[in-house]
Design a protein around this ligand. Sequence first.
Ligand SMILES: [Zn+2]
Ligand SMILES: [Zn+2]
Length: 1021
Amino acid sequence: MTSYGKGQPLAEACDRFVTWLDGRVVAAGRGDGLERLEVAPSGTFWLGRLACEDEVRKGTGDDRSERLDPCAIGVRFRPEGPAPWSATVTVRARAWVKDPKDGPDPERRWWRSGLVEEKVPLVVDAAGGTFGAKQLEAAFAAVGAPGLCAEVRVEIEDWHRSPELVVQLVNTSPHKAPGLTDSHIYETQLEVAGLGTVPFELEALPDSFRYDRRVPAYGINVGVEVVAPGVFRTTDTVGVQTFRPEYWNSPRPEPDLSFGRLAADPIPVLTDLVDALDEYDQTHWSTVALDERHLADGWTDAMRAEADRSAADVFDELARLRAGLELVRTRPEIRRSFQLMNEAIGLSAKGRGYRTWRAFQVGFLLSAIRFLAEPAEEADHVDTVWFATGGGKTETYLGLLLTTAFFDRLTGKRTGVTAWSRFPLRLLSLQQTQRFADALAGAELVRRQQDDLRRSAPFSLGFLVGQAGTPNKIVPKPENDEIGPDSPGMPEKYRVLLHCPFCRDERLSMKFDRKRWKLEHHCTNQACPWQRGPLPVYVVDQEVFRFLPTVVVGTLDKAASIGLQQAMRGLIGPPQKLCSEEWHGFTYSTRSKSPNGCLVPDCQGTLKALPMAAERFGPSLRLQDELHLLRDSLGAVDSHYESLLDHLQDKLCGTRAKIVASSATLTGYDHQVRILYRRKGRVFPQPGPRAGESFWTAPVTAKLRRFVAVAPRGVTLEHVSDRTLDALQRCVRELLNDPKTVCAEAGIDPGHAEKLLSIYGTDVVYGSTLYDVEAAGRSLGSNNTVDGINVEQLTGQTDFDEVRNILERLEKPEDAFEDRIHVIAASSMLSHGVDVDRLNTMVMLGLPLTTAEFIQTTARVGRRYPGLVYVLHKIGRERDAQTFRHFDKYVSQGDRFVDAIPITRRSRRVLALTMPGVVAARILMLVEPASKQRLSTPVKLRQYARDAGLTPADEAASVAAVLGFDGPEDSLHQQQIVEWVQEWFADLEDPASKARFIGQIGSPSPMTSLRDVEAQAPIHD
Ligand SMILES: [Zn+2]
Ligand SMILES: [Zn+2]
């Protein structure tokens, strides 16, 4: 029993509790501490067991099946000197024996033997050998399991001109022998001592000056720990602890980067920040500094060249920050925007426990801010925030977004969209949306206080997602799946906000206002500082077009609407006019249902001129969250639509939006950005001089996550997942029912028990596929030893209001433990933007397909308290088996394992899908408005095309230019475009054509979602 002092910090209690939990789970996997069992141990335990060699040989005998139920564990290492080699091997194991029917405990006939612990001395030469067989057989007999036998087997492998020793414990028991009730041996462990070794260099990773690639020894079917120099001991699981970073790593004192200080007087502290970075860069990246490391660490020429390149990037970054600082100092509108943004973020963060930026966040703002002064030049670069998840990425780009919103207002953009922010998920995270709303509410309160901004439009938020989330429009007489004011669930079903962004009150009411034809969120708190009726949040597509909110957040695939919906024009350029009726908003091209262009049904209003110059309507920013997910076919399709958005904005406004992104990975980043956006990539921050360390971040001793790799043996992955969750739930229930005993056992101050129950009471089981997730949820319900485990699912299939409900329950758990959610079965839905401090234990069903997904998903646990993650390897799969071998490097150098992103824009199959949208968008957004008439039907368009002299050749050339297929190497693509556009014109000219709308001309029709390509084969050029 460990003692604890009074006033034990919570962090320490958490750490000890995690250690205790892990100990209990491993014990459940191995069978430690049990005396008797009712069921066969071979169907129960998944760790420490070894099948007999006989049985494994009789199976298919391939690597895969041997990994699934191995007959040996071992250690591979490289001896220091030449043969012969001598060492001492310690073997530990137990047996399970079944009593006859009339034994002492007929209900529980299986009993666990005493410990076999034998020291086996060995001396081998290049031929290897076997040792200890007789000794071990006798030892098993002595603990009551006669017939079991095992041996230490040593093989010498000569791979890379230096010999490798493979020392294994092999279960050599006969499969079936008289009196032998189970041929497995259990709780096995091997320890090798007394031999000098040299480390391996991890071959899965390239040489780099930043990383240590040395691996002292490899385990075979197990992990290996170095207990003392030259002493290797096998472990059943591989545990890797990560530590919480600190966001300041300079000998200088950290400048006061609080919102209040930066709002009041930013220059002195910003100068301190840049000066500290300057000093750090000189210390670590100057030629002198690199020369020293080159010598000390024995760099190769290639490593030095890599270091020199990195140094150049680092000094570029420093220069950008200096230039940004200079702009804040010398340009009054930029300084004021920056200050107002800080004031706004300060307001929105009030009561949420933080009042200051992390240094890297301010660093990013300084490095990106130049685009306000030189928008055209800076738009050539896509700036990406690259930072460990949970580091405050979203807040970072919210800072940039508000600075831009204020700057737009100060320079005459009185209304309209400042930023369109897109997320790659089908269902946008409500928590993420709320953070945008909160920041904008802060900005709105600040705006109202500025004399010169008071008369501009309120800052507002638009929510633009697929029909599954909120309606595209609300119609007076709904047909089919259309939504009307009285449709089922209206209006409560479409509540998007979790709380009022102005006052945090959760008592929001939804209302549909028939006069204004608006779906509204209302705050019912009398003391709310908003006080202006409905909250400035628009969740219906058509309302987004009518009011053009300051920031539009939405799903990636909504960009497809640009080829379908003429009112999307407001997101890339000017609408047509403003309706004279109050609350009707902007108008667009006329249609039969909107004869004056107003989107409110039966509007009788007249049209007024736009309130500002048309070219100011184009957005200043496009934000892309989780850039790394734009890959394969989705990336290919999006690359064409990005080009289309650029083209339309250029034609309508003569401007180009700045693109800012966030990404979990750096690998192949340049290439990805070039393909997606046809711009240059730039990353912030530059990686530091050593892995895990830079000016912006340094690891400290506070625990972040404990990763535990598990290679299940002999039973199914589902069994292990169920049993692991079962053990975790049993542990927290013990804590609930008997806090004194548990706390004493774990060394915890019982005063923390209740808090720990909340922090570790909900487990996540994560599957990469919906199938895995659903199976996990189902089997847990039926397969556990603990009663009353409440399981909820969080996947892309989970209903919108259900997600909101689950998030609420997680954030504010029920008073009684038995009413709470105990297990969340989740898919990748969870990996993006779900931030719940109470999720701290996770069971992963197999490694996700990409390292990025692994990093991102596991970052959902341990956000505030130490986390515990079980990674159950699908050990039959080659990739999982390999990762298990170097699991600690996989975790500690994860970013280096992130695979390059496969993406191309030259797929002709994708071109066939995107071309129709490009042509339709050009008609809707450019041709029709320029024609000053309604071209909504083929008849009218045909006439106009003839009158205006539109030709297939011209249109095909335009489409090729939009998509960047106008070079000599693109002749195949050009031909494909020409052929399709010719058919389109032929269809337009065909008097027998059945097309009633523009989108029905030609085939296929414009895409309705960028995801239409998904789940198809990978894309090639
Ligand atoms: Zn309120
Ligand atoms: Zn109107």
